[in-house]
Design a protein around this ligand. Structure first.
Ligand code: SPQ
Length: 449
């Protein structure tokens, strides 16, 4: 594909617009590609490495802005972290309970995972005072979901709007173990409480209404924590105080990033793409199941296990998609992929219904409202529901000006929609993609033929 068809223009020092125009001769996506390291696993590798004794070696770390925020927070707390690179990162842990009191506010940037997981660790470090904050988006995201259980454990936390919003101040305390029944299936809530339980005497249990991603559980075990899981009740118990020991972590490719290419390969006629080395942890593969329900042609090849996480190469070939209903327990296993699934549904025959996904309203943007508005602006037929959307497939998309609302997953979803739109699509504030996928545009240029 010629460079004039995918263009990045800088509006000012930080803001970019991505311009996409299908060539008149048509377009197909071909090649073998790799996606960057899994964001959830990258955060956890840096955090557990920081609180473990000894050295942790990380291969395949995501060099996105979110893990960079995690690294800088944990450096301020005393961990030694070598220069971030995808090849190799060395973390010299300071041991559980040994955080330094940082001289300044801990800034989690745009990253919900950083602030919420870190709060569990900070609240359980007696005798130190911490303040945490983030960017405009993060300061508007709900923190009560982690503040509430931490207060039940005996934490001292103060924040804006009745302790619900960052900036938050935390006075570390000796906490007590609790059994917390979380009203939402959230890996961040679960992980925050488990991490608080590490430095707490006795047992701390979290029960969630449906299974959320289990990377924390897998990695905590690998680092030496005593953990029991009851799959029937979706409950996890950690026994504290724990001793964690540095490990080697090999981060697989992020299925949430692969999802953009899976949908692109499915909807752009004549495409045949292989995405190598993708993490296929069953708590993350809802996107594969949803696309298979829609009739996508996706094959898992070379399935293997790497450092405790299942990995596969995914081959996608274009096919006519059909509508489906996506709701219930599958939602937490594909929550970050709903924006790109909405794009797939535009090119499917019939009406696709996505429900039980109200959590999307409190992500980096309100992903329901923003996706509905932006896709309809391109000519799609999408109706907003309180907890999801209804997408009637088959209306042709027409390129126009759209906006990411500084949300990385919105920026990339709109870029994929633009591949099947007529005319020119300009995605404003497209630099947001760098939160989780810094080289998204170069991969897009590479596979377009
Ligand atoms: O970290 P952040 O900003 O919350 O990132 C998002 C994303 O789209 O990248 C959500 F906006 O992913 C979350 C995910 O939605 C990452 C995550 C994790 O690593 O534990 C869990 C999910 O959030 P939650 O609220 O369901 O626990």
């Amino acid at each position: 594909m010629s460079a004039s068809v995918i263009k990045v223009e800088t509006q000012d020092h930080i803001s970019h617009q991505l311009i996409i125009q299908r060539p008149p001769s048509g377009l197909s996506l071909q090649g073998r590609i790799r996606v960057p390291g899994d964001k959830s696993i990258s955060h956890r590798a840096l955090m557990l490495g920081a609180i473990a004794q000894g050295e942790t070696q990380i291969q395949g770390l995501l060099l996105g802005e979110d893990p960079r925020s995690t690294a800088s927070c944990f450096q301020a707390l005393g961990a030694e972290i070598s220069e971030l690179s995808t090849e190799f990162v060395r973390v010299k842990g300071i041991g559980l309970g040994n955080f330094l009191e940082p001289l300044d506010v801990l800034n989690a940037g745009n990253s919900g995972t950083t602030i919420r997981l870190m709060m569990g660790l900070l609240a359980s470090h007696p005798g130190r005072f911490f303040t945490v904050t983030g960017d405009d988006s993060l300061r508007s995201r709900p923190m009560s979901r982690v503040v509430k259980p931490l207060l039940q454990m005996g934490a001292n936390i103060w924040g804006r709007k009745d302790n619900t919003l960052a900036p938050l101040a935390i006075q570390g305390q000796a906490l007590q173990g609790i059994h917390y029944h979380s009203p939402i299936a959230s890996a961040q809530v679960k992980s925050c409480i488990l991490l608080a339980g590490l430095n707490t005497q006795g047992e701390t249990t979290v029960t969630e209404p449906a299974l959320s991603r289990d990377h924390s559980e897998r990695m905590l075990r690998a680092f030496g924590a005593k953990l029991t899981v009851d799959p029937e009740t979706h409950s996890v118990t950690v026994s504290g105080p724990a001793q964690l020991y540095g490990q080697t972590v090999i981060v697989p490719g992020d299925i949430s990033s692969a999802a953009f290419w899976l949908v692109a390969g499915a909807i752009v006629p004549g495409s045949d793409l292989v995405i190598e080395n993708v993490g296929v942890n069953p708590t993350r593969t809802g996107i594969l199941e949803a696309l298979e329900m829609m009739g996508a042609d996706i094959q898992r090849e070379n399935e293997r296990e790497v450092a405790g996480e299942p990995v596969a190469d995914l081959r996608v070939r274009s096919s006519q998609l059909k509508s489906c209903t996506i709701a219930g327990d599958i939602i937490p296993r594909l929550i970050d992929e709903v924006p790109i699934l909405a794009v797939a549904a535009i090119f499917a025959q019939g009406k696709t219904i996505i429900r039980d996904a109200a959590e999307l309203r409190v992500k980096e943007s309100d992903r329901i409202t923003v996706m509905v508005q932006q896709l309809n602006q391109m000519g799609a037929n999408v109706t907003e529901l309180p907890d999801g959307m209804e997408i009637t497939g088959g209306t042709p998309l027409v390129g126009t000006d759209v906006d990411s609302y500084t949300d990385h997953r919105i920026a990339m979803s709109l870029a994929i929609a633009a591949l099947n739109a007529s005319g020119i699509t300009t995605i404003h504030r497209a630099e947001a993609a760098a939160i989780s996928y810094p080289n998204f545009t170069s991969t897009l240029t590479e596979i377009c033929q």
